[in-house]
Design a protein around this ligand. Structure first.
Ligand SMILES: NC(=O)c1ccc[n+]([C@@H]2O[C@H](COP(=O)([O-])OP(=O)(O)OC[C@H]3O[C@@H](n4cnc5c(N)ncnc54)[C@H](O)[C@@H]3O)[C@@H](O)[C@H]2O)c1
Length: 270
């Protein structure tokens, strides 16, 4: 299905941990569509080493960066421009982590140091990335930044804990920075709200398998798979979506607009 939609475009892709990661699929699809990009992830994620295979497959270089660390981000942005030979056209922010979720804390008893880490890693890292790109004038006009989010930003899904709060902030940062970057440089910033998807981050959430089954039955089209999310990201990086900015875009098979489905109603019959 390759149409060279991203031919000549240069990007930075955050968050490919293993072949289940949504960012991994985005990298594969972007490569098929003719893009060149740098892969990045937290230094700790490099130890798992799987990203090397993706780099080889897509002819990409890897630059480790903790997305909460502005020095790392400065290095990432300046080095990426050197490696790619010019300014950046697209960035994927595909990062999420909550120590409170990892340690099994209940929302009402969260640890506030962990809470700050969740906010920093899962939300403020988008602001820091955008601010670094902005400061270095690193994006081409009509460039596109996409961050991945979840319906838990807008509706209560209790086990998402403080990730839900971080996603609300992430979506707000996309709107606010999207305004300033649009005015200054015609750069677009959007979030894509993806169906629950089986990945390392997803499976860390309690009750995740039940939620996937529930949303499958609550979505007229069924849950959107990771590969389809990658297709959507590619379209958002392409020139075909140039006037889309500051949006939270649902990629969820219709889940977010469904009150109930017949399939679910029938489960509650007498
Ligand atoms: N899986 C789902 O159900 C689902 C649904 C909607 C949205 N999302 C979002 O999609 C994005 C990607 O998650 P995924 O499901 O592919 O899981 P994943 O675990 O494969 O990816 C999460 C990534 O975040 C990276 N990361 C964590 N801390 C970091 C840091 N300090 N600096 C840089 N990178 C860091 C991890 O190394 C990992 O690569 C996340 O934002 C997630 O919240 C996931």
């Amino acid at each position: 299905m390759a149409n060279q939609l991203l031919k000549g475009k240069k990007g930075i892709i955050f968050g490919a941990l293993n072949d289940q990661s949504i960012a991994w699929k985005v990298a594969e699809r972007a490569h098929e569509e003719g893009a060149e990009f740098v892969l990045t992830n937290a230094p700790i994620a490099m130890r798992m080493g799987e990203i090397n295979g993706l780099a080889e497959k897509t002819g990409s270089q890897i630059i480790p960066a903790d997305a909460t660390n502005t020095e790392d981000l400065e290095n990432l942005v300046t080095q990426s421009m050197e490696i790619l030979g010019g300014k950046i056209d697209f960035v994927l922010h595909s990062i999420g982590m909550s120590p409170n979720v990892r340690k099994g804390k209940h929302y009402t008893e969260n640890n506030y140091q962990y809470y700050q880490q969740t906010m920093d890693v899962s939300a403020m890292s988008l602001h820091k990335t955008l601010a670094t790109l902005y400061k270095h004038d690193a994006m081409n006009e009509w460039g596109s930044v996409v961050a991945l989010t979840s319906i838990a930003a807008l509706r209560i899904f209790p086990d998402y804990n403080d990730i839900a709060d971080a996603k609300s902030l992430l979506e707000s940062i996309a709107r606010s920075f999207g305004y300033h970057y649009g005015i200054a440089k015609k750069v677009r910033v959007n979030t894509i709200s993806q169906s629950p998807t089986v990945t390392t981050a997803g499976q860390g959430i309690k009750g995740f398998n039940e939620f996937i089954n529930f949303s499958e039955q609550m979505s007229p089209l069924g849950n959107a798979p990771a590969v389809a999310c990658a297709d959507y990201c590619v379209s958002m990086f392409s020139d075909l979506t140039r006037y889309v900015t500051m949006q939270n875009l649902f990629h969820d098979g219709g889940f977010s607009n469904t009150g109930v489905t017949q399939q679910v109603i029938e489960r509650f019959g007498n």
